[in-house]
Write a protein that binds this ligand. Sequence first.
Ligand code: PRX
Length: 648
Amino acid sequence: MSGAIESILNETRLFLPPENSAACIASMEQYHALRKRFDADFSGTWGELAEQHIHWRKPFSTVLDDTDAPFFKWFADGEMNVSENCLDRHVDAGFGERTAIIWEGESGEVRQISYAALLSDVCRAANAMRELGVKKGDRVIIYMPMIPEAAVAMLACTRIGATHSVVFGAFSAHALHERIVDAGAKMIVTADGGWRRGKVHALKPSVDMALGEGSNKVEHVMVVRRGGNAVAWQEGRDVEWQQALAGQSDICEPLAVSAEHPMFILYTSGSTGSPKGIVHASGGYLLWSMLTMQWVFDFQTDSDVFWCTADIGWITGHTYSVYGPLACGGTTLMYEGVPTYPDAGRLWKICADHGVTVFYTAPTAIRALIKAGDAWPQQHDLCKLRVLGTVGEPINPEAWIWYRKMIGGERCPIVDTWWQTETGGHMISPLPFATATKPGSACLPLPGVFAEVVDAEGEPVGKGQGGLLVVSKPWPSMLRGIWGDAERYRDTYWNKFGNRYYFAGDGARTDEDGYFWIMGRVDDVLNVAGHRLGTMEIESALVSHPAVAEAAVVGRPDEIKGEAICAFVVLKSGDVESLAGELRQHVTSEIGAIAKPDEIRFTDNLPKTRSGKIMRRLLRDIAAGRDITQDISTLEDHRVIEQLQAQR
Ligand code: PRX
């Protein structure tokens, strides 16, 4: 457990919400009234909300189908189209000139794209994809920088019923290959490169390498020219995005699909060596993205400029950079580059320049910017901000207080939102103008979300007790499964409690007010700088190097990143000095730079029980430099501890 979390355990401060009678949810009375509606009529309430918020081509007759639990279906016989909900209906309502996307490139260029212009781009892209053979149900991989074309590609897929899978641009060619193959993708949309830290970060070469690994069904690669870097070209397969769109009509009838139609697959890490493709359905996902935009961010579409700093390669970027804000009909901001380029004031400068009103980022970014100094935010006018959010990892109270004071001017409420790739949208979060907040707590489950903390047997634990975080009723934006692996879906999320609960993989406790305090993962998943990584994935990458006999990876507390990656490695052969760098490079090319171990410790043996199980808790203590308190009587060889500790 990190220092950050220990300080959460002692937190007692309470911050009252600012008054705002015009807010979507303006009081705890309203919050409780909504919760009561769900208590009284669970499916009726979801049904009413879905009718109100989604434009249906064919109305649904059944809200929730739980006959084949845990394979739940929502609004299944209803038909709709996601891109029509995000674009056409706003244009039809007279908002075509409203800005949908404000985009800023790393070097400072700005594009403002209206709803009408975005609709036209999406139609042309959808027509181009169709012409290249993409049909309903086909999978399209999107491997892009943070440029508007990334959002256009996503929306174009939804327009024609293709299922997209966005792969974060920092994943390596090999990791990309795994996802291309697993998804059975027919098309890839990429760019030559994008700008990061003043240089072009090339993407197309990774696509070429990934496809060079073979066994894929990719017919075409669409390439947006952005970085201007020279790229190899395979005639017949590769198509220039700009050229392909140029000849297309800007009308493309949105294809009505079932609300259960797979909208996207997003790969995330679990506790095994291979990433899992989380599948999300169209209708329920879109509904929850809209409701949470309104409830949690109090999104006012006629006046807010909403900025979620997450890359579209993560669920946060899907739900809160693209689909949530656009489905609501408001303005979303996208930024291409790194937050500290050319200096640590960049995020605050963007907020000031574009009049950002709602700002959503990760605790890691906040901690890094605290370190850069208060002078940076002080140089910029942040008076337009009215709501601040955090996501991705527990926020330590010190960072929370700084965020409130330095960025929020003590007036902006902070929403610490707990959720996951699997949940599609926020699950536990304060409501900015209703909930009294406590620094470090995600506060209360949202209306419609039935979250609990239980023990290993599934019995609710008392207030103040730690346990496992579970959700006891399905919700519309829940994952529909793991792509191609129904058994893994059951095993990972449902079997632990015999289908009674969705098991999130996090530890949590509730306090005397019923507030939730998230304590971090209880499985072999790390949260490094808000990025989710499986220890087994990194271990498999390490042992795929010819010099490595065995490896064990654990997290250790890190002041900025929350958790850092510490690898314990047993070599078959080779020289320790030269291999540390090589192994770090090897992991980078197997997975990506985000998985590169911060520290590698070489050892002759790993601490194991007599039955051969690696004692990970012991390794976590050693990595953190803590005294070993656990019972080590089952340890096979005690000398290994001395050797590992001596290396510190
Ligand atoms: O451990 C929790 C942590 O991030 C995990 C989900 O990671 P991912 O699927 O990549 O999605 C991140 C963005 C939604 C969770 O299991 N986590 C997420 N939000 C919080 C959090 N931990 C503490 N507080 C949060 N607000």
